[in-house]
Write a protein that binds this ligand. Sequence first.
Ligand code: LMR
Length: 393
Amino acid sequence: MFNALKPQAADKILALMGLFRADPRADKVDLGVGVYKDAEGRTPVMRAIKAAEKQLWEAETTKTYTALAGEPAFHAAMAELVLGKGYPAERLSALQTVGGTGACRMGFELARLANPGCTVWFSDPTWPNHLSILDFMKLPRKGYRYFDSAARVVDFEAMMEDLQGVTAGDVVLLHGCCHNPTGANLTLEQWAAVADLLEAKGALPMIDLAYQGFGDGLDADAAGTRLVASRLPEVMIAASCSKNFGIYRERTGCLMVLSDAAAKETTQGTLAYLNRQTYSFAPDHGARLVTMVLTDPALRAEWEAELEEVRTGMLGLRQQLADELRQLSNSDRFDFLAQHRGMFSRLGATPEQVETMRSENAIYMVGDSRLNIAGLNAKTVPILARAIIAAGV
Ligand code: LMR
């Protein structure tokens, strides 16, 4: 029967990762998949994570099952990180998931169970896997305009205009910070306007928060999410620990759901049920490390310090790239690179120009010209800047 299978389209980001690995050129530069690299091109295990792993190895006496929805200590630590101290515990349900992708998937599953007729609204553009998962689930989806590709800023007017079409019970997917793929983010005033609109429409905001701490800092990056959570009666948040804890392969994420207090017990039970139907328990190791790092003051201080090094390092690279391009192009048309936040910026190159940079300069970026700033270093920035100009961007 497997002869009946049809080949699936490859995920563009992961396919690019394969192409990069296969490229024999020594000076190749990987600006594709969203992974942080230090100046030496390594993706290190963060210091606090390494220390927590050591402590865990000493202290752990069993590998028996944990709770189906994940450890309550993990839920509480993540809720405090994302929503801040004093989050409304009486309205919060949470689920430990297989990475941020798992949190997104479970969020969509929960929304579908609660409202089988819902449409999911997504920013156009968005992370391609959002769309691919929604299509796989056969959930209706609609895009809202988000990015002004000429000015490389959020097209807020268009976004609000399109969101007028949202109806009660629809899910509106938002990027909490560090928008993937554009790097252009909502201001707090814009978050407030979106919250007002969604509240008026009776829509359910679902916030994908995959890069907390990579933009303007841990609290600043959660400010939009906190604002929405403080105003709307029901909210879903899909948080990833892959990037900000550097534990990509441990697959650690958390879906948080705010509901009416009366609906909490059933919501929490449904979340656990979703884990059971899909893979039973989510992997424990990463979530345990995250809990240790967030709740032990010394580990937490070490983690925050390293995360801040990563964040300011990326800001420095953004500025360096914008400066180089200002010089080479004799214009300010690349200044947006210094304004964007997070790992990604959408450069605005054509697919042909992206291809030219790959074949001529061994520079790999996603076909829509999304580049991963965290894949650069002080030495590769000038190489990229020259390639961008040479390609005619
Ligand atoms: C990305 O967008 O590159 C990351 O979120 C990694 C992934 O799984 O696509």
